[in-house]
Design a protein around this ligand. Structure first.
Ligand SMILES: Cc1cc2nc3c(=O)[nH]c(=O)nc-3n(C[C@H](O)[C@H](O)[C@H](O)COP(=O)(O)O)c2cc1C
Length: 187
């Protein structure tokens, strides 16, 4: 049997991290109608019907405040070729509209915050509920529209096209470069 080592409960100290979080760019709207963009990785699908996702965010962040005040956000899915832009984005001061990080806003289908043209897929959400714990908040969003590059849908390996990437630990990420299939049928 392998020896087990106890870990501290502070996720920041986990090296390597046993949990990963897909890196996305969340767009929301400031009070003046300008867009705000921030990288986030504490994100997961939560339910099929209704289509719900949960996003963990610091309550003081502009993203959390915008979503709580205006109830809408877009989860934009970047490919790994954008990793430098994505990582740099969180160091830039506010206001931080999409153009400020060198990317292009694209009107969304159902909500007011923009999609980001260079990202490959977009989940437009309305806020269903927020659950605050100390300085952090879980934002539960209902997906009201979803869109993706046609090239992703038509690619032989759509995952090789998407190049999804995940936050592992400080300054460290992992990329899905290809899809593999299990032999068994089902999920
Ligand atoms: C790859 C990456 C993932 C991040 N994930 C999160 C996250 O899930 N939740 C969070 O609150 N901050 C996260 N951050 C930090 C925020 O992006 C950063 O504090 C940003 O400035 C917040 O912007 P905002 O105030 O416009 O929301 C992440 C940063 C990086 C680089």
């Amino acid at each position: 049997m392998k020896e087990k080592v106890s870990l501290a409960l502070d996720k920041r100290t986990w090296r390597p991290s046993p949990l990963l979080g897909q890196v996305v760019l969340v767009t929301s709207l400031n009070a003046d109608g300008q867009s705000n963009v921030a990288p986030k990785s504490w994100l997961s699908m939560m339910a099929f019907e209704p289509a719900l996702l949960a996003l963990g965010c610091n309550l003081a962040h502009w993203t959390a405040q915008n979503v709580i005040d205006r109830h809408e956000f877009v989860v934009n899915i970047p490919g790994a070729e954008l990793v430098e832009i994505v990582w740099k984005a969180h160091t830039l001061s506010h206001p931080r509209p999409v153009e400020r990080i060198g990317l292009t806003p694209l009107p969304a289908q159902k909500v007011k915050p923009p999609r980001i043209a260079e990202c490959k897929a977009h989940l437009e959400c309305t806020l269903v509920q927020s659950l605050a714990f100390g300085s952090e908040v879980i934002l539960l969003g209902q997906i009201v529209a979803a869109s993706m590059d046609r090239d992703a849908i038509e690619a032989e390996d759509p995952y090789a096209y998407l190049r999804l990437f995940a936050f592992l630990e400080k300054n460290t990420f992992g990329v899905i470069e290809q899809a593999r299939r299990v032999r068994e049928r089902g999920i």
